[in-house]
Design a binder for this molecule. Sequence first.
Ligand SMILES: [Ca+2]
Length: 378
Amino acid sequence: MSIFKSHKLYFLLILISSPTIFRTVRSHPVYYERNLNQYTDFYEQLQELLAIHKNRVASHENEVNDYPVEVIGWPKNQTFPKGQTAGVDVDSAGRVHVFHRGDVVWDAKSFDWNNVYQHQDQPPISVDSVIIFDSKTGDIQNSWGKNRFYMPHGLTIDKNNNTWLTDVALHQVFKFKPGASEPDLVLGQRFVPGNDESHFCKPTDVAVASSGKFYVSDGYCNSRILMFSPSGQLLKEFGKKDDMLVPHSLTLLENLDILCVADRENERILCYSAGLQGSSPGLLVKNFHKNLGRVFAVAARDDHLYMVQGPGIIGKHPVHGLTLSLSTKKILNSWSPVEGFVNPHDLALSPDGTSLYVVEIGENAAKKVYKFSLQKPN
Ligand SMILES: [Ca+2]
């Protein structure tokens, strides 16, 4: 805003934040007598700025009403899963599904320069890669998915409780119906990276509309979003012109007909027209890019856009969650568990809007799955 570029107004802002200085200046007789006209201008500008300041405080208070507070003691077994826990979502009954890598760790030797997975000769992860927690008690209710996955990444539960998974080693996207052990839909060619209509390259996440149409963020080595019909026919590819650098997570706001993308290494969130209500899909409608850090994941409810920020690649960097206003694009607050995040990787909101869950890939994280209740801030 150009108003803040004036040095004089910077001075006024300092006075706003320091009532003692302001009272001293105002009461100084020499200053007052010699600068009466100037003082009048000064005072009017100050009143104007005070009004702006008050409005900002008031709007901030109105907006912040869903502050994440860690639920201590959840889940019950806080040492499981142990390894990198990459994906999380919540089903219609509130159960929490997480997707983890067992004892597999993504490191510098996992892929070659052509993004081909280097341990295809090894068996897949032998433990159940999907774990389902009770949202209230934190007990493990169920688990599945052993001997199938190599490098779990994204997990999405749609409105019909289908589970959508991405595996970056397999370069594939899977849809499983509730309770099914075999996939209902598989997209991409096993272990083969690519950038055409039938290949992905380390796909990261899926977002699913009520109609069954779905979107895939693709991914670590492509810079595109793909929109598919419910049966898996490609409908649209978009986002390439925006030069995304690791589109890492998706959140679909059907009421607004927009799809928001965590563009991780560009440290921004891009929101596109979703094309579900007659609009053309893939038109860039919002760009959040100020002070976000590396955006690992996004999830939205009403006007709140929640995100988790990962560590910087070089140097120290804050690692925490942020809440943004979708309409004003302002950062409303930051939040963390009591012992802090290490490398939060995904987050999800419960359908009833009372809880938020975060999973961690950080080796030394206190927990791999966190539950937060959404509360009024103190
Ligand atoms: Ca997810």
